[in-house]
Every structure is written in structure tokens, then in C-alpha cells.
Design a protein around this ligand. Structure first.
Ligand SMILES: Cc1cc2nc3c(=O)[nH]c(=O)nc-3n(C[C@H](O)[C@H](O)[C@H](O)COP(=O)(O)OP(=O)(O)OC[C@H]3O[C@@H](n4cnc5c(N)ncnc54)[C@H](O)[C@@H]3O)c2cc1C
Length: 374
């Protein structure tokens, strides 16, 4: 049966969109993923943190909505999604922390506890921090993290259960087929599939895919980021919140008896290179010593690299392509794709169902269109 929607990409963007399109019975969905299983790229390589008070109030709104959905999935799905609410502490200079004031105030108005705290309170919540090296922090007790695999599997499983969802793995979309300027389907490594709407959820390859479709160029860029996991020698850390030094670019959170650590590196690159770079390990050692001497030197068990696809305004790209009829974007989830994927999928499903959603204007792909020469 011909699907109503073809989604290209089985990461959080594609799966969350499929989940909302099918569970809300908007239409039949065929999701095409080039790898042997979903979630092998950005989504499977994230730090899995869900923070509700990013600096940008628009992203913060998406994150809060995302957390509401994640809470619901945690309680409704048998086995949950491994959602842990240990909280978060953002640490930084007073000047940097002040830039979060609007998001903090919005969170409180929306019923999400968030408050500015002093250095002693930061070190009380995260004893590994040196209070003399901290100016202050922001505490959000309901932040946390998820089990990425459970979330990926759950979104796919629930979509399949509707009877409206098919996933085709090991299949690369090579061409977007058009008739009279409108999208009518895709040509893949395993043949042609037709649908009146094709959804670009190709993550780090979203721009490359848009070029295949003759769509507008977006200024999405791929940024590399390393994640390190230490040996499980920190059982005391199990109750710690996420600690994120926003001024220095350094974060850690408990993971499997050890710590997940990150120096928030963001070298720009093509979506190809997943090798772990030794200079980033050195940066991690330096930052750990300076900011959390009790954790230095971190004894690394394993590490990985992932790619974040980021727009210049760090906001998502969700909506119809301004040039190609039938092409729809769900991309640019940037650093917040775990936190915001359900809000992104919900927005996409609303727009595709013709339902008004006040968040649409912030994510419109048309915001990147070049002004006409005339
Ligand atoms: C190291 C790291 C840490 C992160 N930490 C966090 C965090 O703590 N919290 C948070 O909220 N976010 C975090 N993120 C961001 C989050 O992981 C991403 O925003 C999110 O995973 C993006 O999902 P996506 O579906 O857009 O991309 P992807 O997961 O990359 O999915 C895109 C999919 O499209 C497929 N594809 C591409 N082209 C084609 C084609 N032509 N045909 C078929 N399939 C195709 C790819 O194979 C891929 O599976 C982190 C990211 C990284 C890299």
C-alpha cells in the first residue's frame, strides 16, 4: 500500500515524527534508514541528557514539552525509557549565567522548578566541584537523562503497533523523484517508493539530502563531539545531578558506576569521521583538574564521537521546504535532540495534519531563504 509519508532517516527526528504521525493516525508512514538498524548515528552517540533550561527560551520551551512527553513514555511504556530525574546544575560565571534568566523565569512560570544557587550550594549538590573555582549555578531538579536505546526501540515499537508504520533498514535514499515540480517519491538502493510527502530527517546528512531533492540550501553545519565514560569506580556519584560548566564547556554525569564526561568540543566537519582524537582526551584531563580536581585524572574506559547538525541560531528546522512542494524538514536538532525530539515530532505531525502549532514559526525552514536580488 502506498504510504502517505516517506521519512528518510531513523534517528530521533525520524522516529519521533513517525511515532506522532502514526499514533495520532495522521497517515501511513514508510521510514527508510540506510544503516542496518535505526539510531546508529547522532542519536545513538549522544550523552542522553534532558535539560529544560537551555539559554534560548524557544529551545527551553521545546525541551520542557519534550520532557513532558518523555515522562509520559516512561510511565506508560512497559520497561520505560530509563528516565532518571537526578537534576542538573549549570555552573558558570555570573555573566554567562545571567544569559539564562529568561529561560529560568519561563520554566518557573511553567511549573518547572529552576533557581539560581551559590557556589556552596553547587558543591553541596556535586561534591566533586571545587566551590572556590565556581561563581554560581542554576539548579533544575527535574532534569535528567534517558536510556537512548530504550527510547529508540520504544518509538519504533509503538509506531509499528499502530499498523501504520513500516521501517526499511539497509536502504539508502539516492534520489527524490518529482513530477511537475512536486515530490512523488524516492529512488533507493532497493527500488522506488512513492508518497506525496517526503520527510528529510537525515540528521548530519540533511543538507546533502536536500541537494538531492533540489531544495533550498540551509546553513546547517556538522559539529563533532566526544563523549568519555570512566571506569565504574564512582559509586558515590550515582545520586549526582548533571554538572555542566557552561563557561568552560565541561560536563559530567553518573553512568554505570562511573561518569560520562564531555568537554563540549565542536569542531566543524563533514559527516564521516568518527575517530576519537587524543588531543580532546588531553583537554578533558586539563579541565577535570581545574574544575573538579577530585575527579582528576579521569580513568577512561571507553569513548566515542558523534556529529551534531546545528543551524546558526541553534534552533530546529521543521516545516515544508520553501522551494520544493512535498518536501518537509525535521532536522537541525543540534545539541538538544534527545530532550526535544518528542516536541519536534509532535510539531511535525501537527503541521502535516494541518493543525496549528504556535512553535512553527521558530523552526520554519524558510527562515534561511536568501532575500531575492530584486
Ligand atoms: C556526542 C553527542 C552528544 C549529545 N548529547 C546530547 C544530550 O545530552 N542531550 C540531547 O538532547 N541531545 C544530545 N545530542 C544531540 C542529539 O543526539 C541529536 O540532536 C539527535 O540525535 C539528532 O537526531 P537526528 O535523527 O536528527 O539524526 P541521526 O540520529 O543522525 O539520524 C539521521 C539518520 O538518517 C540516516 N540517513 C541519512 N541519509 C540517509 C539516506 N540518504 N537514506 C537513508 N537514511 C539516511 C542516517 O543513517 C541516520 O541514522 C548529542 C549529540 C552528540 C553527537
Amino acid at each position: 500500500m502506498t504510504p502517505d509519508f516517506i521519512i528518510v532517516g531513523g534517528g530521533f527526528a525520524g522516529l519521533a515524527t513517525a511515532y506522532f504521525l502514526t499514533t495520532r493516525k495522521v497517515g501511513r508512514v514508510l521510514l527508510i534508514e540506510k544503516e542496518s538498524m535505526p539510531g546508529l548515528h547522532s542519536s545513538g552517540r549522544s550523552a542522553a541528557i534532558v535539560m529544560q533550561v537551555p539559554k534560548d527560551p524557544v529551545l527551553a520551551r521545546f525541551s520542557r514539552r519534550g520532557m513532558q512527553h518523555l515522562d509520559m513514555l516512561q510511565s506508560r511504556w512497559k520497561g520505560g525509557i530509563g528516565l532518571v530525574h537526578n537534576g542538573s546544575v549549570l555552573i558558570g560565571t555570573q555573566a554567562d549565567l545571567a544569559q539564562y534568566a529568561e529561560s529560568v523565569a519561563d520554566a518557573v512560570r511553567a511549573g518547572v522548578a529552576a533557581e539560581y544557587i551559590d557556589a556552596e550550594q553547587c558543591a553541596h549538590l556535586v561534591p566533586a566541584l571545587d566551590p572556590t573555582a565556581i561563581e554560581g549555578g542554576i539548579h533544575c531538579p527535574s532534569d535528567g537523562w534517558v536510556d537512548v536505546e530504550l527510547l529508540i526501540q520504544g518509538l519504533a515499537r509503538e509506531a509499528v503497533a499502530t499498523g501504520l508504520f513500516t521501517i526499511l533498514t539497509g536502504t539508502e535514499v539516492e534520489e527524490v523523484v518529482k513530477a511537475d515540480g512536486k515530490v512523488v517519491g524516492v529512488r533507493t538502493s532497493h527500488g522506488r517508493f512513492d508518497a506525496p510527502v517526503v520527510i528529510n530527517a537525515a540528521g548530519p546528512w540533511a543538507d546533502e539530502f536536500a541537494r538531492l531533492a533540489g531544495a533550498q540550501e540551509t546553513p546547517l553545519r556538522c559539529h563533532r563531539r566526544h563523549v568519555f565514560v570512566t571506569l565504574p569506580t564512582r559509586p558515590e556519584a550515582e545520586v549526582w545531578p548533571v554538572a555542566w560548566n557552561i563557561s568552560e564547556g565541561y560536563l559530567f554525569r553518573p553512568m554505570q558506576g562511573g561518569l560520562l564526561m564531555c568537554v563540549c568540543d565542536e569542531a566543524e566537519m563533514e559527516p564521516a569521521d568518527y575517530s576519537v582524537h587524543s588531543e580532546i582526551k588531553r583537554i578533558l584531563r586539563d579541565k577535570a583538574l581545574r574544575i573538579s580536581p577530585a575527579l582528576a585524572p579521569p580513568v577512561i574506559d571507553h569513548a566515542w564521537v558523534g556529529l551534531r547538525s546545528v543551524a546558526p541560531d541553534h534552533r530546529m528546522v521543521i516545516g515544508p521546504d520553501p522551494l520544493v512542494s512535498g518536501l518537509f524538514w525535521v532536522a537541525g536538532l543540534g545539541s538538544h535532540g534527545v530532550a526535544t525530539c518528542c516536541a519536534a515530532g509532535e510539531l511535525a505531525a501537527d503541521l502535516l495534519a494541518g493543525v496549528r502549532n504556535s512553535a512553527a514559526a521558530f523552526c520554519n525552514p524558510g527562515r534561511f531563504a536568501l532575500p531575492s536580488a530584486g
